[in-house]
Write a protein that binds this ligand. Sequence first.
Ligand code: R5P
Length: 293
Amino acid sequence: MLKKTTVIGGNASEELAKKIAKKLKASFVKTQVRVFPDGESKITLSKIQKSQHVIVVQSTYPPVDTNLIQVLSLVSKSKQIASKVTVAIPYMGYARQDREFLPGEIVTMQVIAGLFKAVGVTNMIVVDIHSLIGLKHFKIKTKNVSAIPELASHFKKLKLKEPIVVSPDQGGKERARIFADNLGVDHIALTKKRDRKTGKVQIMNGKLSQVIGRDLIIVDDMISTGGSIIKAAQFLKKQSCKRVYVACTHALLMNDAERRIKKAGVTQIISTNTIPGSTSVVDVSNIIAKAIV
Ligand code: R5P
């Protein structure tokens, strides 16, 4: 019998995919993966039936290339059993490589966009992609949904003292404004400088008297090494603020970043389940399910 909608959960996003399937009242199919010692993935989809619409869910967090090849393979197989294939990539790896910053740099986001088109994706959904510029490379229908209102709702439950929302850089100012509007509080944006060769960051601001004695929420799209958040937190602590919280959609938390961020004076990190982990308490299944048409 032809199924209406099937959700395939990639290994990296199985729990999230199950939640999305439940919300859509769709069948759920689990992926079996064996990664061989040489790094190749052996992917099996048993119990897969023909469907009108297949939705593949898989974030491409580390191991990025492995998770990427797995999701491309899942889409390719889905194309054989459904005419419509949507891919939901809650966290899109490589999204920061969306343009040529230094001469000769390859725009890998563009390469990935070509791969998704080649395997037959018809629609793609991402959550808080690093920049919408990344989506311009895709020649398929794409939608970016935001977890910022969900993250802000979580903070409504905390008893914070006269909170101010802080973006660690000017690029994230609009994100901080939306978060702050959801809480009905003010926002500010720091000025961050990153050395494009070494990746080192510096906060360029002078004194910030408006944060004295107040709780702060640093809002960012993602934490990778934690460098940006650590520098921002250390700077804000020096301004005699009260507690510093961090809210982000994607917490990669590479190389012991969680411990180092806490050491820099951060009380708590709150992230979403686009990347499952110790800080991912906010669920994005609802916003993804709503975006699927
Ligand atoms: C940069 O513009 C992004 O929004 C993040 O602030 C950055 O990618 C986080 O990386 P890291 O944690 O390594 O500083």
